[in-house]
Design a protein around this ligand. Structure first.
Ligand code: NI
Length: 137
């Protein structure tokens, strides 16, 4: 049986502020610059969720993409789209919403709702040029 990867992309918009409670206001300003703006700023994020597994010989699928779409919607987009990530998203409470931390949090949210062993990678683009990858390591 062949193992393959299938990828589902989703886009969402959200606001955030990069600000660490473990640093002083001055240190935050110095480290994060304009990304520390107290009222936040927005991004159009692109999320790519990669699932790895054996292709079911009957269906020709690793996972039904309709199911994966629903999991992404339920676990992530419902909570994050058009939200302020610092203030409105329970699973991001107490983390600085950098792209790296978003990748980890999205992975954990998806993993909780997926059949074991299928989730391979979460990739999240904050901009065209900046993105982070997490593989559960
Ligand atoms: Ni930003």
């Amino acid at each position: 049986m062949a193992t393959a990867y299938i990828i589902r992309r989703a886009v969402f918009s959200a606001a955030h502020r990069l600000h660490s409670e473990q640093l002083s206001d001055e240190q935050n300003r110095e480290l994060y610059g304009k990304c520390d703006n107290p009222y936040g700023h927005g991004h159009n994020y692109t999320l790519e969720v990669t699932v790895q597994g054996e292709i079911n010989p009957t269906t020709g699928m690793i996972i039904n993409l309709a199911d994966l779409k629903a999991i992404i919607e339920q676990q992530l987009l419902k909570h994050m789209d058009h939200r302020h990530l610092n203030h409105e998203v329970p699973f991001l409470k107490d983390v600085v919403p950098t792209t790296e931390n978003l990748a980890v949090a999205c992975w954990q949210q998806l993993q909780a709702a997926m059949p074991a062993g299928l989730l391979y990678e979460v990739k999240i683009y904050e901009t065209e040029n900046n993105y982070a990858v997490y593989r559960g390591e």
